[in-house]
Design a protein around this ligand. Structure first.
Ligand code: UD1
Ligand code: MG
Length: 454
């Protein structure tokens, strides 16, 4: 069954009180419209048509992709009017209508809905609500067949008792849409062209109106203000936490983990409180992540240990390696097996070979550190001359003394040592000692200056 998807995203979202168009507000690090497009793509439609209006240019810029067609709805005259703008470019058998501010809808729910739509039937996604105020009500006849949707503002007191609400999401035979659109009127309480009016038209045309009920109301919840946005965020985070726990991850507190991207986790992983995972994060078996750690686009291999207050971005931490507390691993950092990075150490574009160590207070940028090499406290790679970057290459089993400045480009050979406090500007051959500091002299009988009498 060929499918077109229309996503309504033209509304203003006044209650967000924001310069950002409503559908660009993020849930779990991705815009609400981004979530809807992501789910839409999983249904492999022929076309995705996004109806834009308020903030149209910003929305267009945020989603430059070949498979998305934008339709401008210059004036927001109602949901029916919005779909009518897209109608001329719909060519598939079935059209599915989604909303840019209903981000958590799941492909499986939409597939169940689509299974009930055909050339002779329209399928509505409905939801049972404790308080249906504001929703369109699903009006059924004595046999339980859907007759119409009546908007809250147009409903009688009796109709308002109905708890079955319209989510707005529906699937319909595209061929009939043009005729229905032509028959819409705005003669109602809100003076809008209601998409929901097509339900009574479909019934009159002899179509079956089937319904599918959303099992999880949060899936069909929209965000009109920041409070609802926060509710969607918490629901999303709870679902992600449950997914990780089901996969064998221990969360010290499922409410204090935030996932803003795609996390793949193995078994017997331990995640302490206040951890934020962003982008694509791969966590292998037996990894431990301490409290207050932020990890973005990184890979943690088996048994790696990330200690509290550590920040990782674009890093790979090898099996059994550890970092932190208070370490910063910037893009291009690779810690190989059992490497160790301690407190207040910053690495960028640097490889630490197997078992290499940088225990305290260092900056290593554009460096290659060989196996088992030890970097003394306070060591800095001087990798930047203000214009260009240069590399520092340290061999295996090197011992860099404390408080060294390694002025790149520079190499230190296997097994070499540098003296504490050295400024290393030329290569140190293997097994040599490099000393590059002023020699100490002691002055005997030195008298300290005395304070002058007034
Ligand atoms: C709509 C439904 C209602 C349903 C409710 C669920 C209609 C007439 N009513 O009501 O039955 O219970 O959603 O939340 O469809 N939009 C446009 N262009 C427009 C108007 C709206 O793009 O001209 C977009 C909005 O940005 C929004 C969505 O469509 O994302 C829904 O519009 P809104 O006016 O909020 O619909 P409701 O009145 O809540
Ligand atoms: Mg409205």
């Amino acid at each position: 069954m060929s499918l077109d998807i229309v996503i309504l995203a033209a509304g203003q979202g006044t209650r967000m009180r924001s310069a950002l168009p409503k559908v660009l507000h993020p849930v779990a690090g991705r815009s609400m419209l981004g979530h809807v497009i992501h789910s839409a793509r999983q249904l492999t439609p022929v076309g995705i048509h996004v109806v834009i209006g308020h903030g149209a240019e910003k929305v267009r810029e945020a989603f430059q992709a070949d498979d998305i067609r934008f339709v401008l709805q210059a004036e927001q005259l109602g949901t029916g009017h919005a779909v009518a703008q897209a109608q001329p470019q719909l060519a598939s058998a079935t059209t599915l209508v989604l909303y840019g501010d209903v981000p958590l809808i799941q492909p499986a729910t939409l597939e169940a809905l689509l299974a009930k739509a055909s050339e002779t039937s329209l399928a509505l996604l409905t939801v049972q609500l404790a308080d249906p105020t504001g929703y369109g009500r699903i009006i059924r006849d004595a046999q339980g067949r859907v007759e119409a949707i009546v908007e809250h503002k147009d409903a009688t007191e009796v109709q308002r008792q109905v708890r079955e609400g319209n989510t707005g999401i529906l699937a319909l035979p595209t061929a009939l849409l043009e005729g229905w659109m032509a028959r819409l009127s705005n003669n109602n309480a809100q003076g809008e062209y209601y998409l929901t009016d097509i339900i009574a038209m479909a019934v009159a045309d002899g179509l079956v109106v089937a319904t599918e009920t959303a099992a999880e109301p949060m899936e069909v919840q929209g965000a009109n203000d920041r409070r609802q946005l926060a509710e969607l965020e918490r629901f999303y985070q709870q679902r992600e936490a449950e997914r990780l726990m089901a996969a064998g991850v221990t969360l010290r507190d499922p409410k204090r983990l935030d996932i803003r991207g795609e996390v793949i986790a193995g078994r017997d992983v331990l995640i302490d409180v206040n951890v934020v995972l962003e982008g694509r994060v791969v966590i292998e078996d037996d990894v431990q992540i301490g409290a207050n750690v932020v990890i973005r686009d990184s890979v943690l291999k088996r048994g790696a240990v990330i200690k509290p207050f550590t920040h990782l971005e674009g890093a790979t931490v090898g099996a059994g390696a550890d970092a932190g507390p208070f370490a910063r691993l910037r893009p291009g950092t690779v810690l190989e097996e059992n490497a160790h990075v301690g407190n207040f150490v910053e690495l960028k574009n640097t490889r630490m070979g197997p078992g290499a160590k940088a225990g305290h207070l260092s900056y290593l940028g554009d460096a290659d550190v060989g196996a088992r090499t030890n970097i003394g406290a306070g060591t800095i790679t001087c990798n930047y001359d203000g214009a260009n970057k240069f590399r520092t290459e340290l061999g295996e089993d090197v011992f860099i003394g404390s408080n060294n400045a390694l002025v790149a480009p520079v190499m230190v050979g296997n097994g070499a040592t540098t003296a504490a406090g050295s400024t290393i500007t030329t290569d140190v051959p293997a097994a040599n000692l490099g000393v590059a500091r002023a020699r100490q002299r002691n002055i005997e009988g030195w008298k300290r200056p005395e304070k002058k009498k007034p």
